[in-house]
Design a protein around this ligand. Structure first.
Ligand code: NAD
Ligand code: MG
Length: 364
C-alpha cells in the first residue's frame, strides 16, 4: 500500500470520496467498489491516451471489466456537441447499458464532456473522474458541473452530475507541461485567497517545493484545494445561494482577458491569476484589503512565474467584456472581492471603481 494516500469525502447526497496520491491508476481496490456493473467506458483524448490509457484499461480488464475506450481530439475547441454526440455514438454501438460506468481520464475538457455524456446517456449513468491535470485535480473534477461549449458561449450547455469517485493520481502530473501546471496553481492559490488564510501561509512556505512538483507537497496542496472546493459545493450544490460563486474570484476579469485576447492565447489559469490581482486591487481601492496584503499576494504570484500584469485591451473593451460576462446581473456588475486575505465576498461594483481598477498605471 503506497504511504501517501489521502482521502476526502464530498458531503453531497450521495457523498463520494476524492482519493489523492501517487500511482492510483493501478489501484483496483480504490476503483472497483465504485463501478456500477461490468462495463467501463473510458473517455480520454489523443494526448492522454498514449500516456495513461493502457495503465487504467489493463487494471480494469484484470478486474473483469469490459473496457470501451472512447478517444476524442485534444483541445477546448473540441468541447462541442460533436464530441458529446461521439461519446453517445460509441456507447450505443457497444450496447452499453444502464450499469455502465463512464470514466473520464484527462483534464477538465475531457471531464466536462464525459460528465455531461454520463449525465444524459440513458438518462444518467455512473461517472468516475480520473483527472490528469492540476486544474482538473483541484477544481473541475469536483463538484458535479459538466457540460460543453456552445458557439454563443463557453460552458453554456450542461448538467449537474456528481461523480461516484474522484481519483487524483499525482504521478500523472509528471508529464504535464509547465504552463498547464502553473495554470492549475492559480486556482490553488485562489482557494487560499477566498477562504483559507492558513493555506496561504502554507503556500508561501512550500511554494518552491510545489513548483518542483514534490509529490507529498503536491498531494497536500491538491487535498487542501479539494477540501475547500468540496465544502463550498456541499453548502451550495446547485450554485443557488451565492456561496459557490466565491470560487469565481478573478474570473470576471479573467474571462475578459481570455475573450479579449482571443481564446487559447492565455490559459484560463493565467487569466485567473491576473484577474485575482485586479480584484485585489479593486478591493484595496474600496478600503477592504490592506496595501501590504495586496503586495503580499502580488509577491506570491510573481514567485510562481504566472503572469501578473493585465494585458492592455483598453478600458472600454474591458468594461464591455465584463458587462457581457454571465456573472453580470441586472445592470450592476457583481464581483467576487476580498474583504481581507482569506475572506472573499460577492458584491456589486460601480462603473467608476472598475474604471479605476483597470486603469491602474503599470497594469496596462
Ligand atoms: P485541458 O483538459 O484542455 O488539459 C490541458 C492540456 O493538458 C490538454 O492538452 C490535455 O490533453 C493535456 N493533458 C492532460 N493531462 C495531461 C498529462 N497528465 N500529461 C500531459 N498532458 C496532459 O485543460 P484543463 O485546464 O485541465 O481544464 C480546462 C477545462 O475545464 C475548461 O474547459 C473549463 O471550462 C473546465 N472547467 C470545468 C470546471 C467544472 O467545475 N466542471 C471547473 C473549472 C474548469
Ligand atoms: Mg476557473
Amino acid at each position: 500500500m503506497p504511504m501517501s494516500l489521502h482521502t476526502l469525502l464530498v458531503e453531497v447526497s450521495p457523498s463520494y470520496p476524492i482519493q489523492v496520491g501517487p500511482g492510483l491508476l493501478c489501484r483496483s481496490d480504490l476503483i472497483t467498489p465504485h463501478l456500477a456493473g461490468n462495463t467501463s467506458a473510458i473517455v480520454t483524448n489523443t494526448t492522454v491516451a498514449p500516456l495513461y490509457l493502457d495503465r487504467l484499461a489493463h487494471m480494469l480488464t484484470a478486474e473483469g471489466q469490459r473496457v470501451i475506450p472512447i478517444l476524442l481530439p485534444d483541445g477546448e475547441s473540441y468541447k462541442t456537441r460533436d464530441s458529446f454526440n461521439h461519446i453517445h455514438d460509441v456507447l450505443l454501438e457497444h450496447r452499453a447499458d444502464r450499469k455502465t460506468t463512464v470514466i473520464a481520464l484527462g483534464g477538465g475538457v475531457v471531464g466536462d464532456l464525459a460528465g455531461y455524456a454520463a449525465a444524459t446517456y440513458l438518462r444518467g449513468v455512473s461517472l468516475i473522474q480520473v483527472p490528469t491535470t492540476l486544474l482538473s485535480q483541484v477544481d473541475s473534477s469536483v463538484g458535479g458541473k459538466t457540460g460543453i461549449n456552445h458557439p454563443l458561449g463557453k460552458n453554456m450547455i450542461g448538467a449537474f452530475h456528481q461523480p461516484r469517485l474522484v481519483l487524483a493520481d499525482t504521478t500523472t502530473l509528471d508529464t504535464l507541461p509547465q504552463r498547464e501546471f502553473l495554470a492549475g496553481l492559480a486556482e490553488v492559490i485562489k482557494y487560499a485567497l477566498i477562504r483559507d488564510l492558513p493555506f496561504l501561509e502554507w503556500l508561501e512556505i512550500h511554494l518552491d517545493a510545489l513548483l518542483q512538483r514534490d509529490p507529498e507537497i503536491l498531494a497536500q496542496a491538491i487535498l487542501t484545494s479539494c477540501r475547500n472546493k468540496s465544502t463550498l459545493v456541499a453548502a451550495d450544490p446547485l450554485e443557488q445561494t451565492g456561496l459557490r460563486a466565491l470560487l469565481n474570484l478573478g474570473h470576471t476579469f479573467g474571462h475578459a482577458i481570455e475573450t479579449g485576447l482571443g481564446y487559447g492565447n492565455w490559459l484560463h489559469g493565467e487569466a485567473v491569476a491576473v484577474g485575482s490581482l485586479l480584484a485585489a486591487d479593486l478591493s484595496e481601492r474600496l478600503g477592504w484589503l490592506h496595501s501590504k496584503d495586496l503586495q503580499r499576494m502580488t509577491t506570491l504570484f510573481e514567485r510562481t512565474g504566472l503572469p501578473t500584469l493585465a494585458p492592455n485591451l483598453g478600458v472600454q473593451r474591458y468594461l464591455d467584456l465584463m458587462a457581457g460576462d454571465k456573472k453580470a446581473e441586472a445592470g450592476s456588475l457583481r464581483f467576487v472581492l476580498l474583504k481581507s486575505l482569506g475572506q472573499a465576498c460577492l458584491t456589486s461594483v460601480t462603473r467608476q471603481d472598475l474604471l479605476e481598477a483597470v486603469l491602474t498605471p503599470g497594469q496596462g
